[in-house]
Design a protein around this ligand. Structure first.
Ligand code: B1M
Length: 210
């Protein structure tokens, strides 16, 4: 039986070697990769977030936890794909200007890639004008915006507005996501969809292009 608490503890204490062993052991016991991701790793990052908020963990430790999680996501990556009905649609994904969080965005990118989409992951701290340039260059059909901070959510609206002003709104579907983002917010800023996690983001993208 997989002990997800043990994984969470290893992530919170940034014990990379132990966490990798636990992930490999869980896979050897046929624990689904998605369960390890959600119940072990993402649950661990939630604890890290709480500790950060309470002043029990500081930025350098949080960065170490993020790196530890990244190593384990690499192990799970080949096992996280679903069907390949994404039909090669060009997807542009980035974290909006002012925001440096990228773990969740990278998971969304990974999930979309493994479902057969052509994903262009343009990174973090992306200004509206840079999204515009990339939409044109990559001939994107879907644009995914990520934000993890309440203070960067307004930048999502500015990015949507910039896409409208650039005359590109009819060419792309816009999806938004990240912990503080909601369906109501997506509706308010004129996005086409909201996804709460990587799996549903991939499903929604397929629904929007098919
Ligand atoms: Co930051 N941080 N952080 N941080 N950090 C949060 C977000 C916070 C909630 C922690 C807390 O206080 N409890 C808080 C935000 C509070 C708020 O806005 N209300 C916070 C803060 C305050 C800050 C700083 C301001 C701290 C400071 O400097 N004083 C600072 C801001 C820097 C900046 O961005 N300008 C900061 C910095 C950092 C680090 C750099 C140290 C690091 C990021 C490292 C990295 O990403 N490479 C970091 C981390 C790791 C976190 C927490 C602990 C974990 C985030 C994470 O990776 N979760 C986070 C607390 C938390 O979220 N529990 C926190 C795991 C990840 C898989 O989940 O990103 O939610 P998530 O992604 C999910 C979904 O949201 C969704 O799918 C993903 C997969 O299922 N999703 C999308 C995400 N993007 C999507 C896009 C889509 C669709 C779905 O497109 C369609």
């Amino acid at each position: 039986m997989t002990d997800f608490n043990e994984m969470t503890n290893a992530l919170v204490s940034c014990d990379e070697a132990k966490l990798i062993d636990l992930v490999n052991a869980a896979l050897a016991q046929d624990t689904p990769a998605g369960d390890i991701l959600n119940n072990g790793l993402i649950a661990g990052m939630d604890v890290v977030g709480e500790k950060m908020e309470n002043g029990d963990m500081f930025i350098p430790e949080v960065l170490m936890a993020a790196k530890t999680m990244g190593s384990c996501v690499e192990i799970l990556k080949p096992m996280l794909g679903d069907d390949e009905s994404g039909t090669g649609a060009s997807v542009l994904i980035g974290t909006v200007k002012g925001d440096l969080h990228d773990i969740g965005k990278n998971l969304v990118a990974m999930m979309m890639e493994s479902s057969g989409m052509e994903v262009h992951n343009v990174g973090v701290d992306i200004a509206p004008e840079d999204f515009i340039t990339q939409i044109k260059e990559k001939n994107a059909r879907i644009v995914c915006l990520s934000a993890l901070l309440t203070t960067t959510m307004p930048m999502m609206k500015q990015t949507v507005d910039a896409i409208v002003e650039a005359g590109l709104r009819d060419r792309v579907k816009i999806m938004v996501g990240g912990t503080p983002v909601t369906q109501a917010f997506a509706d308010e800023i004129g996005a086409d969809g909201f996804a709460a996690d990587a799996g549903s983001a991939s499903k929604l993208a397929k629904a929007l292009v098919n």
